[in-house]
Write a protein that binds this ligand. Structure first.
Ligand code: BGC
Length: 445
C-alpha cells in the first residue's frame, strides 16, 4: 500500500497550467450553441450547413485524439501540449476573421484537432505528475476546467447575444490559448516520459520536486526504462488487452448515456419541457452549466477518499433514475410536469458530474502501462469522440422515433448497462501507484 504523501504547490501549479487545455476543450465545444443563431443569419446557412458547422469540431477531435496518442508517446506530453496551444491560437484566429463558410469550417476543424489532443494530453500529463494519494483530485481538475469552459461559453454567448457578435464569442478563447502557451514554458516534462526516453536522472529530479515517494514510482520500478521504443503490438499483449477494453468501454458509456444531448441541446430540451420563452430556456441552460461545475467540485473533493468505483456506481444509478423521471415528466404538459422535467434534468447532470464526467478521464489516464499510455488512451478517446458525434447527430431522430419520453428512457437503459460494465470490468484505482494498477489487469487476463 502506498503511504499518504505530501501535496506540493508545484504539483498544483503544473496541473492548473495543463488544465487550461481542459478549459479550451469545454469552451470551444459549447460556444457554438449561442453562435450558431447568428452564423445562420449572417451566412444564410442551410440546415445541413448548420449541422456541419456544429459537428465538424467533433470530427476534428476524433482525428486529433488519434494523433494525440502517437504524438504524446513520440515527442512527449509537454511538447504535444505546446504544439496544441499553437494550433488553438491558429484555429481561434481563423474563426475570428473568417469571411466565408469554408473558412469557418476550416477553423473549426483545426480547433477540433487541438481539442482531440488536449482531451488526451491533459489527463495524461497530470496523472504522471501526481502522487497516488492526490491523483484523483488533480486529474479531475481537467474535468473541472472543462465544465468551467462550458459555463463560460454559455455566459459569453449570453453576453454577446444582443449584438450578435459571434466573432467575439469565438475570440474569447484566444485568452486561455495564449495563457496555456505561456504557462507551458514553466512546467517540466513528466518523469514517466523522461524515463521512457532513458533520462532517468532528470526524471528522478522531477519526482523529488513534486515530492513523490520514488521507491514505488513506475519510473523506478519499471524495467523497460531504456530508450527502447514500445511498439503498437504491446497493446495486444494479454495483460494490456483487458485494460484497453475497460478504457474503451468506459469512454463509450460516458457518451452513449446522453450527456451531450443535454449540453448541446439544453435550450431546446427546456423548451420541450415547457419553458417557452427563449430567455428562460437560456437561463435554465446556464443553470445546467452551474450545476455541472458545482457537482464536479464535489467529485474532486471526495474522489481520493471514497474511490472511483463508488462514484461511478452512484452516478450511473442516479443518472438512470433521473432519466426515468424525466421521461415521465415529458408524458404530460402540466406546470407540475414541467417542473418535474427540469428538476430531473438537473439531477441527471449532477450525477454525471460526480461520476462518469471526471472518473472516465481519470481511469483512462491510470490503467495503461507507461510506454504505450498515450496510444492506448488515444484509442479510448477516439471511441469517446466518435460516440459523442453519433449521439449528437442522432438525438433529434431518436426523439422522432421513440418520442421525447422514449428517447430519454432509452438513455436510461444504457445507463443500467453502463452500471453492469463498471461493476464487472472497472478496477478500483484509488491510492494505487500507476504500476500497481496494471497488476490488476495482468491477473484479469
Ligand atoms: C465529456 C464531454 C461533456 C462534458 C460535460 C466531459 O467529461 O467528455 O463530452 O461535454 O464532460 O461536462
Amino acid at each position: 500500500m502506498v503511504k499518504k504523501q505530501k501535496f506540493t504547490s508545484f504539483t498544483l501549479f503544473v496541473s492548473i497550467i495543463a488544465a487550461i487545455g481542459g478549459l479550451l476543450f469545454g469552451y470551444n465545444t459549447a460556444t457554438i450553441s449561442g453562435a450558431i443563431l447568428f452564423l445562420t443569419k449572417d451566412f444564410n446557412l442551410s440546415t445541413i450547413a448548420q449541422e456541419v458547422m456544429i459537428s465538424i469540431i467533433l470530427v476534428g477531435a476524433l482525428v486529433g485524439a488519434c494523433f494525440g496518442g502517437i504524438l504524446t508517446d513520440r515527442i512527449g506530453r509537454k511538447k504535444s501540449l505546446f504544439i496544441t496551444s499553437i494550433v488553438f491560437i491558429i484555429g481561434t484566429f481563423i474563426v475570428m476573421i473568417a469571411q466565408t463558410v469554408t473558412m469557418l469550417f476550416i477553423g473549426r476543424i483545426i480547433l477540433g484537432l487541438a481539442i482531440g489532443v488536449v482531451s488526451l494530453a491533459v489527463p495524461l500529463y497530470i496523472a504522471e505528475m501526481s502522487d497516488p494519494t492526490h491523483r484523483g483530485a488533480l486529474v479531475s481538475l481537467n474535468q473541472l476546467a472543462i465544465t468551467i469552459g462550458i459555463l463560460l461559453a454559455y455566459v459569453i454567448d449570453y453576453f454577446y447575444a444582443p449584438t450578435g457578435e459571434w466573432r467575439s464569442m469565438f475570440g474569447v478563447a484566444m485568452i486561455p490559448a495564449v495563457l496555456l502557451f505561456i504557462g507551458l514554458f514553466f512546467i517540466p516534462e513528466t518523469p514517466s516520459f523522461l524515463a521512457i526516453r532513458g533520462k532517468k536522472d532528470k526524471a528522478l529530479k522531477i519526482l523529488k520536486k513534486i515530492e513523490v515517494d520514488t521507491s514505488h514510482s513506475e519510473v523506478v520500478v519499471e524495467k523497460g526504462t531504456s530508450k527502447k521504443r514500445v511498439s503498437w503490438k504491446n497493446l495486444l499483449e494479454k495483460s494490456v488487452k483487458p485494460a484497453l477494453f475497460a478504457g474503451i468501454g468506459i469512454s463509450i458509456f460516458q457518451q452513449i448515456t446522453g450527456i451531450n444531448v443535454v449540453i448541446y441541446y439544453a435550450p431546446r430540451i427546456f423548451q420541450m419541457a415547457g419553458l417557452e420563452s427563449a430567455t428562460s430556456a437560456i437561463l435554465a441552460t446556464m443553470g445546467v452549466g452551474v450545476i455541472n461545475l458545482l457537482m464536479t467540485f464535489v467529485a474532486l473533493w471526495i474522489i481520493d477518499l471514497v474511490g472511483r468505483k463508488p462514484l461511478l456506481i452512484v452516478g450511473l444509478i442516479g443518472m438512470s433514475l433521473s432519466l426515468g423521471v424525466l421521461g415521465i415528466g415529458f408524458l404530460q404538459t402540466t406546470g407540475t410536469a414541467s417542473i418535474i422535467s427540469i428538476v430531473s434534468l438537473m439531477c441527471y447532470v449532477s450525477f454525471f458530474a460526480i461520476g462518469l464526467g471526471p472518473v472516465t478521464w481519470l481511469i483512462i489516464s491510470e490503467i495503461y502501462p507507461m510506454g504505450i499510455r498515450g496510444r492506448a488512451m488515444g484509442i479510448a478517446i477516439f471511441a469517446n469522440w466518435t460516440c459523442n458525434y453519433i449521439v449528437s447527430l442522432t438525438f433529434l431522430n431518436l426523439v422522432g422515433f421513440f418520442g421525447k419520453s422514449g428517447a430519454f428512457w432509452f438513455y436510461g437503459v444504457i445507463c443500467l448497462l453502463g452500471l453492469w460494465f463498471v461493476i464487472k470490468k472497472i478496477p478500483e484505482t484509488k491510492g494505487k501507484e500507476l504500476k500497481e494498477i496494471q497488476k490488476y489487469f495482468k491477473k484479469a487476463k
